[in-house]
Design a binder for this molecule. Sequence first.
Ligand code: DX5
Ligand code: ZN
Length: 219
Amino acid sequence: MIKISPSILSADFANLQRDIEAIASADYVHVDVMDGLFVPNISVGIPVLQSVRKFTDMTLDVHLMIDRPLRYVEQFAAAGADIINCHIEADTEENTLAALKRIRELGKVPAVTVKPKTPAEAVEPFYELCGLVLVMTVEPGFGGQSFIAGMTEKIRLIRTECEKRGLDTDIEVDGGITDETIVPCAKAGANVFVAGSYVFRAKDRSEAIARLREAAEKA
Ligand code: DX5
Ligand code: ZN
């Protein structure tokens, strides 16, 4: 099923409740957590997630761009995250597996994320444990970058691998998504779409969400 997940990295943090209410027609709220170490930028963390959880029932899709996420998955789950994305480049395979297991035990959706230069094969150890694979279509760290077209082949490989294993895993894309770049991603097998600047720079955010949904459904 197609899901639209606007990234609040492009929202106005002084008016976060207002900005999240303006995207109520979306499916998820994408929360980008950056530690200034795994990525060269710092964004928001646990207290902001707790505040957001208080005023919305929307699914909170938390993208951890942090070093060794295993250290924090319990705190993010307790703060209200529904989907917890861990970068596989951020720790050893053993620790990433442990993080996914812990997330599942906590009743949340475990997800792995891959940077643009990480190949599809790197996801292999994690398929059976995760409910979602997030394919970055820009280098993580900043909103407003241009979509890397070469990532569609990776999406296709991951979708094929899920089908081969009989898994109905969600495949999410993040970075430079517009009503145009969403089309090749949906065609390649992605079904969850993050969009930051495309949604929050639009005058009418519901309209922008509807345009994304329509483009993905038609693809
Ligand atoms: C980038 C973040 C993205 C970002 C997307 O590191 O993971 O979620 O907010 O922003 P746009 O859609 O503007 O590329
Ligand atoms: Zn993100």
